[in-house]
Structure formats: C-alpha cells, structure tokens
Design a protein around this ligand. Structure first.
Ligand code: ZN
Length: 122
C-alpha cells in the first residue's frame, strides 16, 4: 500500500504478469523491468472462509471472515469487515477500505486495525 492508502502492485513489462505486493523481480520470468500498478478499490470475492483459530496476535478477534478478492487482474487476501460469512458469495462485490495514514504509523499487527480490509457492497 502506498502513502495515499491505495493498494499497489507491479506489472512486468516483459511477460505482462501482475503481482501484489510489489516486488523487484518478476515471479514468473525473473525480469526486473517492472512498472508500478495501482489496484482498483473495488473488486469481487473469489474465495472466503471464517477463521476460528488464529495465531496469538489475531486470536482475540475470532471468529472473523477472510476473503481473496480479485482487484483487476490481481488477487489479494484480506479481512472482510461488517459482514457475517452467510452474507458472502463467490462473486460478491467488495470495496477496499484503508486505514488513514496517521493511524498506520501505529502497530501493524493489530487485527482490529489492519492496513486495509474489504467491505461488501450491494
Ligand atoms: Zn515477467
């Protein structure tokens, strides 16, 4: 995620693969000729699950719902806030919401304050 609270990735100029989070080398063809890509703030769910057992940092927040959302060409994992698992479907539309830059400077391991999350849109 960049300073403006937008999710970012990279696009490989050699093979056109897209990746997020950004990395210096293409994971498909090992090219270093990559360009920045700003991910759309809306997408759709391609998989989801409810977490009941988490590691120590997240256990106090269970149960919570996680999903993989397709944002443009890139699939990104995230927590779904404000929804029960029964409300989710593969194909459900979501929007990406991000923590404000000032809040992001504090703890990054706090599940109640992730850097970004998904919210269902009707
Ligand atoms: Zn490539």
């Amino acid at each position: 995620m960049n300073e403006e609270g937008k999710l970012t990735g990279v696009s490989c100029k050699s093979c056109r693969a897209t990746m997020s989070p950004p990395r210096p080398v293409c994971s498909r063809c090992l090219s270093t000729d990559l360009e920045w890509l700003e991910l759309p703030k809306v997408g759709r769910i391609v998989a989801f699950s409810e977490i009941h057992v988490a590691n120590d940092a997240f256990q106090s927040s269970v149960p919570y719902v996680v999903a993989i959302a397709e944002l443009g060409e890139i699939k990104v994992p995230g927590i779904v806030k404000g929804a029960e698992i029964g409300q989710l479907r593969v194909g459900s539309n979501i929007r990406v919401e991000t923590r404000e830059a000032s809040a992001r400077e504090s703890s990054t391991n706090d599940l109640s304050q992730p850097a970004y999350w998904f919210r269902l849109v009707s």
